[in-house]
Design a protein around this ligand. Structure first.
Ligand code: C5P
Length: 225
């Protein structure tokens, strides 16, 4: 039997990549598979928690016993999560949320002959982007007593620095960072190598572990917190 050390707890978890539409067929996204989030959702469910996942369009299979709301955009994810802000004990924010969205071209498909010609490029296309709200930082600001927040950080360099600063800036209790440009780690990999630190300054590096095992260990840490 799995330990029921999360019995009676409600977990709200974001997972996967958001998709930000530009025209009728094109969108802005990233290669997040949602696997780390799905492993954490399953592990929390097995350990007795009531779990609600808010994910982007692509995420691995989850059992029906896990409540699952699918969204497309960062804004939709933001609104759904904020609606639940008072309704969870543990918030786990694994989603690779698009930090920016393209200003929509409109409902039609963009035709390439509309691209602007410049002296350097016969058909250049410039798209403007607007910043999306930071879901975790917003939830971190309004965190209530007794709520625990776990943030993630996908970095291409300076991992420890990023983990420590995001832990503070987003008012998290635990921050898990991984490098995306390394083998056996990050987007699309079944394994992950992470550096994590909690709000008391305790830290740990874990190298090349399956995401299933890593999820279990992250929950061990949360239970101890
Ligand atoms: O600042 P950065 O995007 O690296 O922060 C990563 C953490 O913040 C992740 O936990 C991610 O799910 C969360 N995040 C968010 N909303 C955003 C951007 C990131 O919840 N718009």
């Amino acid at each position: 039997l799995s330990p029921q050390d999360l019995a009676g707890k409600t977990v709200l978890l974001t997972a996967g990549a958001t998709q930000e539409p530009w025209d009728a067929v094109r969108y802005w996204t990233n290669p997040s598979s949602g696997l780390m989030g799905a492993c954490l959702a399953l592990a929390a469910y097995l350990r007795g928690a009531k779990v609600h996942v808010v994910s982007g369009p692509q995420i691995p299979w989850l059992p029906n016993a896990i409540q699952h709301s699918k969204v497309k955009t960062a804004k939709e994810m933001y609104e759904l999560v904020l609606d639940q802000a008072d309704a969870f004990d543990i918030g786990i924010f694994t989603a690779a949320v698009a930090d920016f969205s393209p200003l929509p071209f409109g409902g039609e498909k963009f035709k390439k002959d509309k691209a602007v010609s410049t002296p350097e490029n016969s058909s250049a296309l410039t798209i403007e982007f607007k910043a999306n709200p930071d879901i975790l930082a917003t939830i971190g600001k309004q965190k209530k007593n007794g709520q625990l927040l776990v943030g993630f950080a996908a970095e291409s360099s300076n991992l420890e620095f990023a983990v420590k600063s995001k832990l503070e800036r987003k008012n998290c209790d635990l921050l898990v960072g991984n490098l995306i440009n390394q083998e056996n780690s990050g987007f699309k990999s079944e394994n992950n190598s992470v550096f994590m630190q909690d709000r008391f300054g305790k830290s740990e590096s874990l190298n090349n572990l399956p995401k299933t095992e890593l999820a279990w260990r992250i929950l061990n840490w949360l239970v101890a917190l």
